[in-house]
Ligand binder design. Structure first.
Ligand code: EPU
Length: 349
């Protein structure tokens, strides 16, 4: 326990892309008691002229390290899970930011709590989940979000955020903006229910359940089905480096979507508020990138939205491939793709 310091720290095992970068300085935070000391060492580091704010590392699953980070890294390792409030049907679960996401999902299900089943098997930590409002199979974190706690690493002050403060959007929140930089999420509270309200409308879930002959699914059945779908489609970072979807699905005006769909038959589109979401994977595949490999940087053969590291790709090689993809999609479809992972050591794509 305590605050663990490491200079010239290898990062390969700390990012799911498996990029072999090194950190000038890494601090591992295992206890809230060490926060004052962490703030102090970061102030010292800033005083020596090193770039700030620190990079906060959870599971490293939504990160592309293009070059060795010069800012200090804070590795979030706070642990703890508890039921914070229970009124019979609705239960608030509180999880420390360093807990891994999927084990949290499974723990809530083992407690008879429904809500997170569609979000099973998403890599990463609890603290990272609200930063990009993780989502899958028709559910987003914000659907079950209650509140979270943060500390400002510059001055050590605490602040809680409710859902409105977090300003959640599609793979987006206030924590992606510059004014929230240096704010460390320490704990997240989720609102779950003892009464399941299953969301089965994302087509593949029903098919998967039917294939297993499950007609009256439990939340755990849904989590198992989602996990099987994910294992089939998405590469396991333990086997081949990746950060899940590399691009967001673009949201465009309904008129533009209609014109595009007429020109590009088969383009998958879904309503999204007063806009339309179009499939980035489909467009990337149509541009011929699916399964492509340039050195050790590549596009996964089973899902065109997932960029992969076949072994020893540098972060900037993956970034170069991502730029090629973005340019090709812009030329053919007139749509600019936005990267989902945070890029470190180079401008955000
Ligand atoms: N598609 C292709 N080619 C492919 C893959 C998919 O044309 O190589 C088409 C499919 O036919 C389908 C459509 O694209 O019609 C959508 O595919 P999929 O269901 O796999 O979902 P996605 O839009 O590619 C999003 C999320 C995933 C999430 C799934 C399921 C984003 C950026 N990605 O992917 O999230 O798991 O839906 O809900 O919104 C992540 O964010 O890292 C992530 C994996």
């Amino acid at each position: 326990m305590g605050l663990v310091r490491q200079a010239d720290a290898p990062l390969r095992g700390l990012n799911t892309f498996g990029i072999d970068a090194r950190a000038r300085l890494l601090w591992r935070l295992e206890s809230l008691d060490d926060l004052p000391q962490l703030c102090e060492v970061l102030r010292d580091d800033a005083g020596k002229g090193h770039p700030q704010p620190p990079l906060i590392l959870g599971g490293g699953s939504n990160l592309l390290i293009a070059d060795d980070p010069q800012q200090p890294i804070v590795q979030m390792a706070l642990r703890g899970l508890r039921i914070a409030q229970d009124d019979g049907n609705t239960v608030i679960v509180e999880a420390a930011a360093g807990e891994a996401w999927d084990p949290l999902v499974r723990w809530t299900l083992s407690q008879g709590l429904a809500g997170l089943e569609n979000l099973a098997l998403i890599p990463g930590t609890v603290g990272a989940a609200p930063i990009q409002n993780i989502g899958a199979y028709g559910v987003e974190l914000r659907n079950h979000f209650e509140s979270l706690d943060t500390v400002n690493l510059e001055d050590g002050t605490f602040r809680s955020f409710d859902a409105t403060d977090c300003a959640f959007g599609y793979r987006d929140s206030v924590f992606k903006r510059a004014d929230a930089a240096g704010r460390l999420v320490t704990a997240v509270r989720l609102r779950l229910s003892r009464v399941a309200d299953l969301k089965l409308d994302y087509g593949e879930i029903r098919t998967e359940l039917a294939e297993s002959h499950i007609t009256a699914p439990t939340p755990t059945d849904v989590a198992d089905a989602v996990s099987r779908i994910r294992r089939r489609k998405l590469p396991d970072p333990a086997v081949i480096g990746n950060a899940g979807s590399f691009f967001k699905n673009p949201q465009i005006d309904a008129g533009q979507a209609t014109a595009l769909a007429a020109r590009e038959p088969g383009l998958p589109c879904w309503p999204s508020g007063d806009q339309v979401k179009v499939s980035a994977a489909w467009m990337i595949e149509r541009c011929g990138f699916k399964g492509m490999r340039v050195g050790d940087a590549g596009v996964h053969a089973r899902h065109a939205l997932v960029l992969v590291n076949h072994g020893h790709a540098r972060g900037n090689e993956i970034l170069a491939l991502a730029s090629r993809i973005r340019d090709a999609v812009a030329t053919r479809f007139g749509i600019r793709l936005e990267a989902e992972p945070m890029v470190v050591g180079a401008p955000q794509l």
